[in-house]
Design a protein around this ligand. Sequence first.
Ligand SMILES: *Cc1c(COP(=O)(O)O)cnc(C)c1O
Length: 446
Amino acid sequence: MAFSFLNSILTSAVLYHSTNNPTHRVDLKEAILRSLPPDNGLYMPDTLPILDQAFWEIWRELTFPEIGMAVADAFFGDDVSPAALREIVEGTVSFDAPLVTLAPGDHILELFHGPTLAFKDFGARFMARLMAWLTRGDDRELTVLVATSGDTGGAVASAFLNVPGTRVIILYPQGKVSGLQEKQLTALGGNITALEIQGSFDDCQALVKSAFLDRELAERLNLTSANSINLARLVPQSFYYFHAASQLPEGIKPSFVIPSGNFGNLTAGLLATQLGLPVEQFIAATNRNDVVPEYLRLGHYSPRPSVPTISNAMDVGAPSNFVRMQALFGGSWESMKSKVTGMSFSDDETRAAIRTVKALYDYEIDPHGAVGWLAAKQWRATHPSSTTVTLETAHPAKFLDVMEAELGANCVEIPERLAILAQREKVATLLPADKAIFREWLQACG
Ligand SMILES: *Cc1c(COP(=O)(O)O)cnc(C)c1O
């Protein structure tokens, strides 16, 4: 015990603690590979750095990868060499995140230009590269376990496909992801295995948690998690808050509107402000799964089972990053409420927004982005001088059924990388949402 603690101090300049216990501290490798502290909290860095004056003098001229490098260095620079970090960042940010202006003060940040057409490519690609670097020289296979409500699984599968020494097990809720999303999980083959769970996303998430809390199993399979509870996914998601803000006219302090489910994206935005990025307000936009907007309004947090909606990647009833948000505001509801505003919208409102955005701006916004656009509109109605940047979290082609119902057949062009997967065969193992059966299945594959 004492030795491993000493070892951490000697090998890691930054330590990470559990939100449930500030004295449970580990080094970077353990925080990333273990993902979840044994006390069921989430890891947070002991110290959050602030970007220095030299960065702010030039940040508006930096390229997206250069911004990424500065931010990643602030977090991991003491533990990862500059050359390795540069390779990780450049491998992650190999596609752009353009800012599209619909109308003055109404911007959309397109985060879907990666290989699986959703913002989760940023986190997954960074995490896969950082994990590979942290385990270089280890001789044990790493098993990446991930629950997905839609897009995480595809992004993680794509990021880890054919990475030597790793295999990926994806749990997804049967019948609750779109057809194309399902192909992204089930049609890759290789080191990727898909489990189709007869339950909700929350059930999938609970199964994954149960595997990690079984220390013996976790150890034997060398389990690691790729859910947004993993800190390695959050850090690269803060890159694009800087990148977006740097593209606005000088002096504009944006309000970011974030279509949210597990609140990883929003937490990444909060981390960006901790590093010093000026942000006017964060708007947490949800569908009917409005646990966090309700908390912001009333001050009590009541997680509950999720309900299915057309913005399915946000169908989360117990957002896993909520405890990190609380930690960042020192547990104070008043502080969180002053910086984060919650809004939620129905499927009918979302469908109408998809039609309105098309009619007004000739822009095809996906159901998740549409929830965000509604929140942005509502925010600007009461804050007319605000500039909103709405995160467009996925490409509309991933939700063709909804898009075509609102905008007509062939309204969205399907990018080729998605069209190719659509032709492939689905391969998945069907399992009930039962912890004992799931663990038995895992035992057998170890
Ligand atoms: C995952 C996802 C979200 C929710 O993001 P969180 O970080 O979990 O809040 C929103 N939109 C899309 C398209 C997603 O894939």
